[in-house]
Design a protein around this ligand. Structure first.
Ligand SMILES: [Zn+2]
Ligand SMILES: [Zn+2]
Length: 80
């Protein structure tokens, strides 16, 4: 039993590490603000740490229209 709880503790610590990384990941899209599953989008691959979190549909549009996240916001939120 003792062995078992030690394993559990280690597992929890591992999970906490993963969760810690996930703290930076919001649960809503930066562009449409809907609570959706988001993907990390790099606007500039020279800045790999700058990640924008946007949903799949906004992500697709951002690439199709070749716009930045800031440029996409009024397009998505306006009369669309
Ligand atoms: Zn979106
Ligand atoms: Zn992208």
């Amino acid at each position: 039993m003792k062995k078992c709880s030690k394993e559990k503790k280690q597992k929890a610590q591992r999970l906490a590490q993963v969760h810690h990384k996930d703290l930076y990941k919001p649960h809503f899209c930066e562009i449409c603000k809907f609570p959706k599953q988001v993907v990390g989008h790099h606007e500039n691959y020279d800045k790999p740490l700058e990640v924008r979190w946007i949903c799949h549909s906004c992500h697709k549009l951002t690439h199709n229209l070749e716009k930045t996240v800031e440029e996409m916001k009024p397009i998505i939120r306006g009369d669309y």
